[in-house]
Design a binder for this molecule. Structure first.
Ligand code: CUA
Length: 200
């Protein structure tokens, strides 16, 4: 069979490669810095891996498009549908619009220790959103819906910051979310919309 000779060939190649690497003269100091850089890279990859698997920090990979120029005509992101809603399965969905230079609605109340699905869209240019102490950190790209599920660990006021430079008012683009104790929170009375189906 062909398998054995090719395996031997690869092993020979690998041995040659290792011999060649060992033959290269590397200065002691250089060797030290190579080791340090590899350790630093390993540390960063480790942090990213732990965040991804244990803290739910993931890029919003579901590509869902929307026409940013006509958000106000779009059923899902029309003004009346923004903010907190509870769908027919009991899941809490929050629809937010980012625009120079604020997040709309300006203020919302959400429960602590409860999974919340945020759907963000931009009405104009590229924005970002970052909520410290949560996994909420994403770009809000015009033409796309950024969906992230997060949980607020405890009640309090959480800042909502724009973290992508979006113009002269970027520094002032922030708002806040009031997180209240789970048992004190009541769902807003609104008719739920069917998410997404009317998006293009
Ligand atoms: Cu919006 Cu920076």
């Amino acid at each position: 069979m062909q398998i054995e000779p090719s395996k031997q060939k690869y092993e020979q190649c690998l041995r040659d490669f290792i011999t060649q690497i060992q033959a290269i003269h590397i200065d002691q100091l250089e060797r030290k810095w190579i080791t340090i850089s590899l350790l630093v890279i390993g540390l960063f990859v480790g942090i990213i891996t732990i965040d991804a698997f244990f803290h739910g920090v993931n890029p919003p990979s579901k590509v869902e498009t929307i026409d940013s120029a006509s958000l106000h005509l779009n059923k899902e992101f029309a003004e009346d549908n923004l903010g907190v809603q509870v769908d027919d399965k009991g899941a809490i969905i929050i629809r937010m619009v980012a625009g120079r230079y604020s997040f709309f609605p300006k203020h919302i109340d959400v429960p602590a220790e409860t999974p919340l699905t945020f759907r963000w869209v931009s009405m104009d240019v590229l924005h970002g959103v970052h909520i410290p102490m949560t996994n909420m950190s994403t770009m809000i790209v015009p033409g796309y819906v950024a969906e992230i599920t997060t949980t607020f660990p405890k009640p309090g006021e959480y800042p909502v910051l724009c973290n992508e430079f979006c113009g002269l008012g970027h520094n002032h683009m922030w708002s806040n979310i009031s997180v209240i104790a789970k048992e004190d929170w009541t769902a807003p009375v609104k008719s739920p919309v069917k998410g997404g189906s009317n998006n293009e």
